[in-house]
Design a protein around this ligand. Structure first.
Ligand code: EPU
Length: 318
């Protein structure tokens, strides 16, 4: 389905050149490796380009969706109407911004890989990010999702973030006091009252870390990554844990496992037999397969345990 006519396409090409593509399959940009085409797909090279792109979308009344690494995203087979803007490419600088004897503030741009930030911290002997080892995706995505594990989440280390307002293109710094992080979510309500209509775009994050011993951190990192590889299907095409852990103490993985659902499939989508909260694309899955499997898992867990599993993965598209 095409919503961009020839005239709009040529104007976009004129302004943004090769940074823009049309009818771009989202399966190329998501860890699930599924998803139909985005009408337009843009990778801004700098913040001016980004501001210009969102201004253009606003003026043309074209919806836009900003994405990071696509590691927690399920795009439907119908694809995405409007423009997808991907925050990777050149927006990935990581540097130490403030140093004291005991601590540092590290600035990471939204398009940097979270794992690159973890490595930077370990190599420099900055402690506080090891909880995030092995979590795929970008810093921007990790902020918006409050990415984390049992030992910590982004909320624990974020000092402040710089955002771009989607309505005006203006940049703004928001301190942690005005960022409401909860389990795998960030609410902008206090900082940006009209965020419901279109969430702000995270440009970078300031992370507060403690000075520590690089060798100690590296040892810890090896152990954490090995534990993850042993317990999770880290090499498969998936979006990590599919469902949020419900309140009450039992994890989604445990509930799905106890409901006897490990290994069940719809088309090319399977519930991992290594960790039941992972849905895997074994190669030929469509988004429709994954959504059908999701529904079966939710229904069975609801029947067996009277608990509703809520996806952690963001589902978007036509
Ligand atoms: N369990 C089962 N069967 C399974 C999987 C797990 O019985 O198939 C049981 C385990 O035996 C254990 C309990 O469930 O007693 C918890 O399992 P695990 O330690 O793997 O933790 P989790 O709650 O399933 C969370 C995060 C993961 C993160 C791990 C490690 C969520 C939804 N998941 O998993 O994050 O890697 O802790 O810290 O919060 C992700 O967000 O994408 C993700 C994978």
């Amino acid at each position: 389905m095409e919503t961009f006519d020839r005239e709009i396409k040529s104007r976009l090409r004129e302004r943004f050149g090769n940074t823009i593509r049309f009818d771009e399959p989202m399966s190329r940009h998501t860890y699930f490796r599924v998803g139909g085409p985005a009408d337009a797909f843009a990778a801004p090279e700098n913040l001016d380009d980004l501001a210009e792109m969102i201004r253009w979308c606003r003026e043309e009344a074209i919806p836009f969706l900003v994405i990071g690494g696509g590691s927690n995203l399920l795009v439907t087979d119908g694809g995405i109407a409007g423009m997808v803007i991907v925050m990777t490419g050149n927006l990935k600088l990581i540097e130490t911004a403030v140093e004291t004897e005991e601590s540092v503030v590290v600035m990471a741009m939204a398009g940097a890989k979270l794992q690159a930030l973890c490595r930077f911290a370990v190599e420099n002997g900055f402690e506080g990010l090891n909880f995030a080892l092995g979590i795929p995706g970008t810093v921007g995505g990790a902020v918006i999702m409050n990415a984390g594990t049992a030992t910590g989440s982004m909320a624990d280390i974020i000092e402040s973030v710089n955002i771009m307002r989607p309505d005006t293109g203006k940049m703004q710094r928001i301190d942690k006091e005005r960022l409401d992080f909860t389990y795998r979510t960030l609410s902008w309500k206090r900082a940006v009252p009209d965020a419901d209509r279109q969430p702000p775009i995270v440009l970078d994050a300031q992370c507060h870390l403690k000075r520590s011993d690089p060798l100690k951190l590296a040892d810890e990192a090896r152990a954490i990554l090995e534990r993850r590889r042993n317990r999770q299907p880290t090499n498969a095409a998936s979006a990590g844990c599919f469902f949020k852990n419900p309140t009450g103490g039992r994890t989604a993985g445990e509930l799905i496992d106890k409901a006897g659902l490990k290994g069940i499939s719809v088309g090319g989508a399977t519930v991992s037999s290594k960790h039941a909260n992972f849905i895997i694309n074994t190669g030929s899955a469509s988004a429709t397969d994954i959504l059908a499997l999701m529904q079966i898992v939710q229904d069975r867990v609801a029947d067996t345990f009277h608990l509703e599993l809520e996806p952690e993965v963001k589902i978007v598209g036509r």
